[in-house]
Design a protein around this ligand. Structure first.
Ligand SMILES: Cc1cc2nc3c(=O)[nH]c(=O)nc-3n(C[C@H](O)[C@H](O)[C@H](O)COP(=O)(O)OP(=O)(O)OC[C@H]3O[C@@H](n4cnc5c(N)ncnc54)[C@H](O)[C@@H]3O)c2cc1C
Length: 263
């Protein structure tokens, strides 16, 4: 049964806001009510501000300070995000929800590894999931592949590097569609660059976040190579009705090293 408090508009204020990649901000929203705070990375809340409202996926949740961290991309000319970006600490916000499931509860118990794939601000909940799970002793390897256009767009570099330095089981790889000449990292769309690095796809749980086109193509490719359905979960931010083009799906499937999965 849906809890009544999830249906109400709750009072909150901006506790902080900082740029974590070009055009991407981590917004901290502090609840000023005394209603429950059961949020985890991957839950979705709806923000209402300046006459507009949109859903955002929780990246971080701090129950002691009652603060949510939400990573969002500023859409030039967008209805809500330019005013969200301009909101100074202390600005009132309204929040409703919680919706969807935390990433941690979606992970199939039988999966030996977790692979996260994101475009743009989709890295937020994957980072938050990894940070929280690793701190709690999660013992399966986690690898994140994050797609962007240019190097300046890459989000949360110090945070993800620190997580990688602290946890041998955690790796992350940005992939750029417009890399500088000297770039030594992954090149191309994340759906293109990640598959050759995933050794045993049928033993992995995939969580995909961001652009509906990437999600539709990757989901279809994973189905094609035999990754079981419960091992693929996702959160679409935009392009909800994207359809996967069969040629692209086959090309992605072909880039997985071992189409049979488990070695
Ligand atoms: C379940 C769910 C969770 C979401 N979680 C997040 C989140 O954690 N972070 C986040 O940045 N967005 C998230 N979104 C998208 C968010 O709700 C808004 O659609 C977005 O912030 C647009 O705001 P706007 O009013 O400024 O733009 P609008 O005036 O509504 O313009 C929308 C345009 O922006 C495009 N767009 C929407 N979101 C993005 C995006 N993230 N990156 C690039 N282009 C986009 C749309 O395709 C459309 O063309 C989520 C959406 C859903 C459905």
């Amino acid at each position: 049964m849906t809890e009544e408090w999830t249906q109400t508009w709750r009072k909150a204020v901006v506790a902080g806001s900082r740029e974590v990649g070009r055009g991407c901000r981590l917004l901290q929203v502090e609840f000023t009510d005394d209603l429950p705070f059961p949020f985890q990375p991957g839950h979705v809340v709806v923000l209402r501000h300046d006459g507009h409202r949109h859903p955002y996926t929780v990246s971080q949740a701090d129950p002691a300070r009652r603060i949510l961290g939400l990573l969002f991309r500023i859409i030039p000319g967008g209805r809500l995000t330019p005013s969200l970006a301009a909101a100074a600490p202390g600005t009132p916000m309204e929040v409703s929800g919680l919706h969807h499931e935390p990433v941690a509860t979606l992970i199939a118990p039988e999966a030996r590894e977790v692979v996260g794939l994101s475009t743009g601000s989709g890295i937020g909940p994957l980072w938050g999931f990894a940070e929280r799970s690793l701190a709690a002793g999660f013992d399966r390897p986690i690898t994140l592949f994050a797609g962007y256009r240019e190097a300046a767009d890459i989000c949360l570099v110090p945070e993800l590097d620190a997580l990688q330095a602290a946890h041998p089981g955690f790796r992350w790889h940005p992939s750029l569609t417009q890399p500088p000449e000297a770039w030594t990292g992954l090149r191309g769309r994340v759906g293109h660059s990640a598959p050759p690095l995933i050794q045993a796809p049928r033993a992995c749980h995939f969580h995909l976040v961001g652009n509906g086109t990437m999600l539709a193509e990757m989901k279809a490719a994973l189905a094609l190579i035999g990754v079981p359905g419960p091992q693929v979960t996702s959160e679409v931010f935009f392009n909800h009705n994207a359809e996967a083009e069969p040629g692209t799906v086959q090309a992605i499937a072909d880039r997985f090293k071992d189409e049979t999965g488990v070695p």
